[in-house]
Design a protein around this ligand. Structure first.
Ligand code: FEO
Length: 405
């Protein structure tokens, strides 16, 4: 790993984490990067740092460009520990003249590191500093995705340091978007959006409008995770606009957990019904699929259907995990339904319906409960459930069970 010049006198000096597989509950099957950037001008500025475990990589990469004690300013765009964990040791090493951050950033750093003596310089949207030939303009991005978050924009270079926004959890030896397959980049960015930013979609829309109004020319986007957008910054901005509108397609996601495969059989029949109505279907076992991959598939699914066997008068625990997670991320404008087999009490479907209503998913049908193992009639009910949900997607029609075909 080495420092990489991103533009003249602007360097990537971050770290690649090939091994992380669980990022506070998000499955990072391709690892991630913690991007930090060094700008050499009359003043030398470091934008963000890296996770604590990687502080040695950061210092090593900085040293390939300049001795760390030559850094004048540290700009903290985001205080979450994957970007600030190295700050205490780095600040001791660098002894920066100033640390630029938002007011919330200052509060967050004090409550994380308990160092009120650091040379904080609070900035707000529109404030600018000069590094010499370069101007840095700050844009607060409160709650995208923490209260402290901000962007830093290099005016003359038309380069946006975008913190977590527009990033992906994707470790690679390449630093730029044109060095990797675009579909892969967009898929990882979509997973990132679905799992980190979906809940903040209205704020994303506001921010995109604000950036458009500010008339910022953006030739390059340098996020804090994943490759730098140098060939297609417009592509990821357009994707964020679409995802933040929560646009969906004629796609259904069926998520289930099963005890003795009856609920699984029901799930497959529900899929048959959805397919008969022309929907693209994803069937995902809660036991085999990670919650964050389920969330990624949910990003463009108009229909979300859950199935669970009843276990000890409850839904299966993996479904509770996923539903709690989905509720926090607040998908909007979806339709759905529930199904499940049971042995004697059969509370799962009622409980699933309750979760769906809490999330805000419009129930198309009261759901299908089947005692023990589905027979021919039971399979037909499941197919009809899938068809009813399918029609709700394609025709915007919600039907009661009695009204279904
Ligand atoms: Fe990559 Fe919100 O930290």
């Amino acid at each position: 790993m080495t420092a990489v010049e991103v533009k003249k006198d602007i360097y990537w000096v971050g770290a690649v984490d090939w091994n992380v597989r669980d990022f506070h509950g998000y499955s990072t099957e391709r690892g991630t990067t913690y991007n930090a950037y060094l700008v050499k001008d009359e003043k030398v500025a470091l934008f963000d740092t890296v996770k604590h475990d990687f502080r040695g990589d950061l210092v090593h990469n900085i040293q390939q460009v300049i001795e760390p004690d030559k850094i004048d300013y540290i700009i903290v765009n985001h205080v979450e520990l994957d970007h600030s964990g190295s700050l205490p040791e780095l600040i001791d090493l660098v002894k920066p003249e100033k640390i630029f951050c938002t007011a919330n950033g200052k509060r967050a750093m004090i409550s994380h590191f308990h160092r009120e003596d650091w040379p904080f310089e609070v900035v707000k949207t529109g404030d600018e500093i000069r590094l010499g030939s370069r101007t840095v303009r700050f844009i607060e991005t409160k709650m995208l995705h923490w209260p402290d978050s901000m962007f830093s924009y290099l005016v003359e270079d038309k380069l946006l340091f975008s913190s977590d926004a527009f990033g992906q959890h994707l470790a690679s030896s390449q630093r730029f978007d044109d060095q990797l397959p675009m579909d892969e980049l967009i898929n990882h960015a979509a997973k990132y959006y679905a799992n980190i930013l979906l809940v903040f979609s209205p704020l994303v829309q506001k921010l995109l409008a604000q950036v458009a109004e500010m008339g910022l020319a953006i030739e390059m986007i340098a996020p804090d995770h994943g490759p730098i957008w140098r060939s297609a910054p417009g592509r990821i901005i357009e994707a964020y606009a679409r995802w933040s509108r929560q646009e969906t397609s004629n796609k259904a996601l069926v998520v289930y957990d099963t005890m003795w495969k009856s609920t699984e059989k029901m799930a497959k029949s529900v899929c048959t019904g959805l397919e008969r109505e022309g929907l693209e279907v994803r069937l995902m076992s809660a036991r085999l699929c990670h919650r964050s991959d389920i969330m990624a598939e949910m990003l463009d699914a108009k229909a979300i259907i859950f199935g669970s066997a009843t276990l000890n008068n409850n839904i299966m625990p993996r479904l509770a995990d996923i539903l709690t997670y989905v509720k926090g991320l607040r998908p909007v404008g979806r339709v759905g339904a529930s199904f499940g087999s049971y042995g004697w009490s059969g509370e799962a479907v009622r409980q699933l319906n309750g979760y769906l209503e809490e999330i805000g998913i419009e129930l198309v049908d009261e759901g299908v409960r089947i005692k023990n193992v589905p027979d021919h009639e039971g399979y037909k009910q499941c197919v009809e459930l899938g068809r009813a949900v399918g029609r709700a997607v394609t025709q915007g029609a919600t039907t009661t069970k009695e009204g279904g075909q």
